[in-house]
Design a binder for this molecule. Structure first.
Ligand SMILES: Cc1cc2nc3c(=O)[nH]c(=O)nc-3n(C[C@H](O)[C@H](O)[C@H](O)COP(=O)(O)O)c2cc1C
Length: 207
């Protein structure tokens, strides 16, 4: 019995190709793991605190044992709860579009909240960074309007996610790439969606 955290980073609901692949994954996953809990986090609906100067100051004041206002303590508490929820999962499923060659801003905001020294990453006595969210696999359904072959310099979506998730310890990442959803017309887009759904189902059977 475990918990799978399902993070949605597309605001397009049923029209979203990344969500369609993720939902297909979930259908098989739920069937195979009926005892598991699936927690859904819709990043465009979720009340994510702005990661601004105030919250950064609150964090350092709390870590240094200084006086902080109740408002600042509550603001940092919200960050801590989001991190706790993330760390409470055993497995992850992420549905994300490519936006401007990278990830949507709400996912970046979520990452800025999650990646915190002492919470999700630590600095060893030798000064190296070591991720603290280890031993947990992630499936990423990544949708892109165009097609980006592996190693493409324009693809800052998949390499960035591998880099930042690896930084906090998540190294077992399996991609379902849904592309090209847009640039080669609706027929090709529909085929890419169907292939993504099929690939997601196959991944779920062994996740
Ligand atoms: C704001 C915005 C920016 C986008 N930027 C890119 C891009 O840089 N490269 C690309 O191939 N597609 C881009 N697209 C197209 C999306 O990646 C494509 O529609 C994808 O299917 C979206 O994922 P979704 O269907 O899960 O929402 C962009 C779409 C939007 C709305």
């Amino acid at each position: 019995m475990g918990t799978l955290l399902y993070i949605q980073a597309s605001p397009r609901g049923e029209r979203s190709h990344s969500i369609a692949a993720a939902e297909a994954f979930l259908e098989v996953y739920r069937h195979k793991n009926p005892e598991d809990t699936v927690l859904t986090l819709d990043l465009f609906e979720e009340d994510l605190p702005p990661f601004d100067g105030r919250i950064i100051n609150a964090k350092y004041s709390i870590l240094h044992g200084e006086e902080v206002s109740e408002e600042d303590r509550n603001a940092w508490g919200q960050v801590e709860r989001i991190i706790e929820q993330f760390k409470s999962a055993d497995k992850y499923l992420l549905a994300t579009p490519m936006w401007n060659f990278n990830i949507p801003y709400r996912l970046k905001q979520y990452i800025d909240i999650l990646v915190q020294p002492t919470y999700t990453v630590e600095v060893t006595p030798e000064g190296a960074f070591e991720g603290l969210v280890t031993g947990r696999p992630m499936v990423i359904c990544a949708a892109r309007g165009g097609a980006y072959p592996p190693g493409s310099e324009s693809d800052m979506q998949k390499p960035y996610l591998e880099l930042i998730l690896g930084f906090i310890g998540i190294t077992d990442i399996r991609f379902v790439t849904v592309e090209p959803t847009l640039n080669e017309g609706p027929k090709v887009g529909e085929r890419a969606r169907a292939e993504g759904i099929q690939q997601a189902r196959e991944l779920a059977a062994e996740f």
